[in-house]
Ligand binder design. Structure first.
Ligand SMILES: Cc1cc2nc3c(=O)[nH]c(=O)nc-3n(C[C@H](O)[C@H](O)[C@H](O)COP(=O)(O)O)c2cc1C
Length: 255
């Protein structure tokens, strides 16, 4: 099956797809676009074609309508919202609506991936959430017992029964072959969750448990070769912040 198809009855040979193809996989012949090898299925030709002449068989095209540019969002408001984002560790005991979960996952699906690999997977912990938390708590309690002999921070750490997921209703584990792709997906998902009034905690501790314990990793049933990159704890915040906290001075140089 072709990765993309071009409807020659619609193509007018304008060359917009050729100009925007990252892989130089398109060319014009006899006034029509043609595909050669090298296509990474990024969909730029599909998106740019004024005639709608490009199709991508086998892809989900349900959301492929119009475009809303980022300029629709005021940049000052966006930056203030980014700065006002906080890691949330106190959650209300109310569920996240399935439509909101779907939007968060959709944001992850649309994040950029190197060479358009789209090799990021999302595991929503539902029925097994409490089971995962119980096992992680067990592992951490044992580890902290040993570690607290060497670290004051660990000595003060109380590993409660809800230490990992903080009573939040939704947990999404983001995995991939590549940390960068999965991290970017997570950031897109977090901002989308925030825009719907939801708070997010990245649980580095849960990720550590999956590295320490092969059984926990196996239980997640990740795609072959995937590692857990982030664990997103999501729910409605039960805390309000009055101001933005300070940061270290900006470090940057122009060379
Ligand atoms: C990769 C990553 C892992 C994190 N892991 C944890 C964690 O396991 N537990 C926790 O309470 N906070 C965790 N955090 C939250 C950080 O502590 C938090 O981002 C930082 O203190 C700054 O606070 P802010 O996010 O509210 O600006 C994590 C953050 C990141 C980016």
């Amino acid at each position: 099956m072709n990765k993309i198809t071009i409807d020659v009855s619609k193509c007018v040979g304008c060359g917009k797809c050729v100009k925007d193809c990252v892989a130089s996989a398109l060319y014009i012949e006899n006034g029509r676009a043609k595909l050669r090898e090298g296509c990474i299925e990024c969909g730029h030709c599909f998106a740019v074609c004024p005639q709608g002449a490009v199709d991508m068989p086998g892809y989900d095209k349900s959301g492929c309508v119009g475009v809303t540019p980022m300029t629709a969002v005021d940049s000052d408001t966006l930056l203030q919202a980014i700065k006002s984002r906080r890691t949330i560790r106190q959650f209300k005991k109310i569920p996240v609506e399935p439509e909101k979960t779907a939007k968060i996952l959709e944001a992850g699906r649309y994040a950029p991936t190197g060479a358009n690999s789209q090799n990021v997977a999302f595991t929503v912990l539902a029925d097994k959430k409490d089971e995962f938390e119980r096992e992680c708590v067990k592992i951490f309690r044992a580890g902290v017992k040993v570690g607290s002999k060497f670290s004051a921070a660990l000595k003060n750490t109380d590993i409660t029964d809800t230490f990992f997921f903080k009573g939040a209703p939704l947990v999404i584990v983001v995995s991939g072959h590549d940390s960068v792709n999965a991290t970017l997906a997570s950031a897109y998902m977090e901002i989308t969750a925030n825009s719907m009034g939801l708070g997010v905690l990245y649980s580095g501790f849960f990720c550590a448990c999956t590295r320490l314990n092969p059984k926990i990793r196996a239980k997640l049933g990740l795609p072959k070769g995937h590692k857990v990159v982030t664990c997103m704890i999501i729910g409605y915040p039960d805390v309000e912040y009055a101001r933005i906290p300070p940061r270290k001075p900006l470090k940057f140089k122009t060379i």
